[in-house]
Design a protein around this ligand. Structure first.
Ligand code: ATP
Length: 536
């Protein structure tokens, strides 16, 4: 599948629109259309249902039987600025950017790649921002152009070494920037904090500066004590939250993959330090399975454990759940979710402001009153186990997923094409979205074959009976073949059609989106049949 086919379908059928499109759009912001809003809501609801409300598993980490509880929260987007100082985001949540003085463009340092090439006595590094299989071709074209050569002279270029990231290049004077015509136009990398800033209250000064949250996680850490005190949860337990997060990404791109406003689905799971390694493995595998259960296929989905040098200083284990999105080069994957063992770093930071002095010496900075700038809340966020009489700071396992990236992966995976005979028997191309029924915007569509002979009345009656239980669609306009195509393109798994035979014996046809198989059932059996099919 080509990505532009999916982007076109998403616009045509109302899954995704560029935000503020009539004003030319705003980079990094996307609106969900009538179909997209249902798809994303289904992703969120499947997550909340499976992780929070319906979860009921007997787990045996460490061989000891143990259950866990899950509870939810909905915390604010704007929080006390001290939260971000203690979490590390204020000082450490940045990317490096480089500017091109010639092209007046800005790039994320770690997202520019390239290769060294030698030709006509010159050696230089051709940088590109492109992903995917066409990037070598694009680099070749630009290297030739830079040297004033033509395509037929490609043999004169001596490409050296593999594709490497710009972060590994020191000699910027020899770099041909991604949109530049001359060498050495890129500036040295500069830090750029990704948090959006705003002000609360009427006075806009340093004191009133606040931030839009870049993750939902901190809302759960700072409410840890409130959850303990207001519910009967005991460790081990998890807090879940779904909500918007904001990051001023330097180069938003790849459709919704890297947006500036997006939604996260995060869990903070609190457990005893002695069992945290087992819980980490449990969550890593549980979360991976969730994507498989909802239809992401084995060869495009992978679980990748971070190497020791990729881990944050506080983490003893992190794994990414990744998907091979079609806009990536062969063999490349993009992160859907990170599952991290965070130790007691977050709770301790909010208690003591105690960031690791090796990696964050800034805790020593003082404000004008002589107070440490990165001081914690001073509140006791430890846990007392009434049975063992032990007091400890829990360890945290954090599965952190993106609802938009998950929705995008489900869209990519669902996009399918085949050939089916049209009404004259001629093979024609069909596009259909093979969503898991739980994720499909509509679970079924109901049609009268023709708009006469009492068929619309019967179809309306079936629709009315289904509607309170399932999101269903009624359509009587245009030829039935076209109505099927439309439902195929929005991924409706089942179509129910009322025809001449219905009037004689009360049966209707049910059509399966993927196999095109049709079978008859009694019209009164429709709610039970859809229930059976959707939950199969
Ligand atoms: P990346 O390396 O791709 O920027 P990250 O490692 O910074 O991602 P996390 O901070 O671990 O991401 O965020 C958890 C999840 O939130 C990600 O796995 C992803 O699904 C989602 N997410 C993060 N940034 C974005 C974004 N800019 N647009 C859409 N989703 C995002």
């Amino acid at each position: 599948m080509q990505m532009d086919q999916l982007v076109a379908l998403c616009k045509r059928r109302g899954f995704l629109f560029q935000s503020s499109e009539i004003y030319g759009g705003l980079s990094g912001f996307w609106d969900y259309g009538p179909m997209g809003v249902e798809l994303k809501r289904n992703v969120r609801e499947a997550w909340w249902h499976d992780m929070v409300t319906a979860h009921n598993e007997m787990i045996t980490p460490d061989g000891a039987p143990s259950t866990y509880e899950m509870t939810g929260l909905d915390t604010t987007i704007i929080m006390h600025p001290q939260v971000w100082k203690c979490s590390g985001h204020f000082d450490l949540f940045h990317d490096y950017l480089v500017d091109c003085r010639e092209a007046k463009r800005r790039y994320r340092h770690d997202q520019v790649f390239g290769r060294w090439v030698e030709g006509r006595g010159q050696k230089f590094f051709v940088a590109t921002e492109k992903l995917g299989d066409q990037r070598q071709e694009e680099m070749q074209h630009r290297a030739l152009k830079f040297l004033g050569l033509r395509a037929k002279n490609a043999g004169e270029l001596d490409w050296q070494g593999p594709m490497v990231c710009l972060t590994g290049i020191d000699d910027f004077a020899s770099v041909l920037g991604p949109d530049a015509k001359t060498l050495g136009t890129l500036t040295e990398p500069r830090e750029f904090n990704l948090m959006f800033e705003t002000h609360t209250g009427a006075i806009r000064d340093q004191e009133s500066k606040t931030f839009l949250r870049p993750e939902t996680a901190q809302g759960m850490f700072v409410n840890f004590k409130n959850v303990l005190d207001s519910t009967r949860v005991k460790i081990p337990f998890g807090i879940a939250q779904i909500g918007k997060s904001f990051r001023n990404e330097i180069t938003p791109r790849n459709f919704t993959f890297r947006s500036r406003e997006f939604e996260q689905m995060e869990i903070e799971f609190f457990c005893h330090p002695s069992t945290s390694a087992q819980w980490y493995t449990y969550w890593r595998d549980r979360r991976f399975r969730w994507y498989v259960e909802l239809g992401l296929s084995g060869d495009r989905l992978r679980l990748r454990d971070h190497d020791a040098d990729e881990l944050s200083h506080y983490s003893t284990g992190t794994a990414d759940i990744e998907y091979a999105f079609p806009f990536m080069a062969e063999g490349e994957f993009g992160e859907l979710e990170g599952v991290a063992h965070r130790g007691d770093f977050d709770l301790r930071s909010h208690m003591e402001g105690k960031l690791d002095p090796k990696t964050c010496p800034l805790q020593l900075e003082k404000d004008e009153h002589g107070q440490p700038l990165h001081r914690g809340s001073g509140r006791d966020l430890s846990y007392f186990d009434a049975e063992t009489k032990e007091r400890f700071t829990p360890h945290v396992i954090e599965p952190s997923a993106g609802a938009d990236r998950a929705a995008l992966a489900f869209l990519c995976e669902a996009f399918s094409e085949d050939e089916v005979p049209d009404e004259h028997g001629k093979p024609t191309k069909r596009t259909f979205m093979k969503f898991h029924p739980r994720l499909a915007p509509y679970k079924a569509a109901v049609f009268p074959l023709v708009r006469k002979d009492g068929m619309p009345e019967v179809a309306r009656e079936i629709y009315t009976r289904l509607k309170p239980r399932f999101n269903v669609f009624y359509d009587e306009k245009s030829a039935v073949g076209r109505r099927y195509r439309r439902q195929d393109e929005i991924g409706t798994p089942f179509c129910i059609t009322v025809d001449g035979q219905t009037l004689a014996d009360g049966t209707v046809t049910v059509r399966d989106r993927d196999t095109l198989r049709q079978w008859r059932i009694h019209k009164d059996a429709c709610p039970a049949e859809i229930e059976r099919l959707v939950s199969a």
